[in-house]
Design a protein around this ligand. Structure first.
Ligand code: VGL
Ligand code: ZN
Length: 199
């Protein structure tokens, strides 16, 4: 039987209330995620991990504000407040996240010129994080995704995982969304179209 893993996406201080890119109610998922971690056969975490001055930060683009869009070499990119800077408290996991059982932490977004929502591929699309190969090599084929934010890092990860041939479930009670201009409804529809099970 194929192995299963729980993938916990970006449960970091900056995505929780009080953080630089706070997702409404983001910290409310922590107890739910902790219960799922205890029940999961394998646990993998992702951590948004940007160098200071990352190209996805609005502060790097003269005249641009957070949540506006710019054209990067690889296509349109939403700009964000400075967040999840490597080594800062904002980039650390939420203090109550029970990450002890995690077998792997995948860091992403560390290339200065490329953002990475997905746990599998950076926003330029060809650049892989290595997670797909890691899971395949370990015989893990069934994935449950939880975390922050539903309509960005969770959704992009789910879509890439489905495209790579994994069976993917997103447990929505353990996710919270940014919901930028209808992005939550749009990404839910895309996930469903791609065969992702939304629980
Ligand atoms: C995320 C925007 C920028 C996320 C990360 O974790 O959903 N969103 N960086
Ligand atoms: Zn980020």
């Amino acid at each position: 039987m194929a192995e299963e893993a729980l993938i916990v996406i970006d449960v970091q201080n900056d995505f929780c209330p009080g953080g630089a890119l706070a997702v409404e109610d983001g910290d409310a998922i922590v107890p739910v995620v902790n219960r799922m971690i205890q029940a999961a056969p394998h646990v993998i975490l992702t951590q948004d991990w940007h160098p200071a001055g990352h190209s996805s930060f609005a502060s790097r683009h003269a005249g641009k504000a957070p949540f506006e869009t710019v054209e990067m070499e690889y296509g349109p990119q939403t700009l964000w407040p400075d967040h999840c800077v490597q080594g800062t408290k904002g980039a650390a996991f939420h203090p109550d996240l029970d990450w002890t059982r995690a077998e792997l932490v995948v860091r992403k977004g560390f290339r200065p010129a490329i953002d990475s929502y997905s746990a599998f591929f950076e926003n330029d699309r060809p650049t892989p994080t290595g997670l797909g190969g890691y899971l395949k090599e370990r015989g893990i084929r069934n994935l449950t995704l939880v975390g922050l934010a539903t309509d960005f890092c969770v959704a992009y990860s789910a879509l890439d995982a489905a495209r790579l041939g994994f069976s993917v479930t997103v447990a929505l009670e353990a996710c919270r969304a940014i919901d930028l201009g209808g992005s939550l409804a749009a990404m839910k529809a895309e996930m469903q179209k791609a065969g992702v099970v939304l629980l």
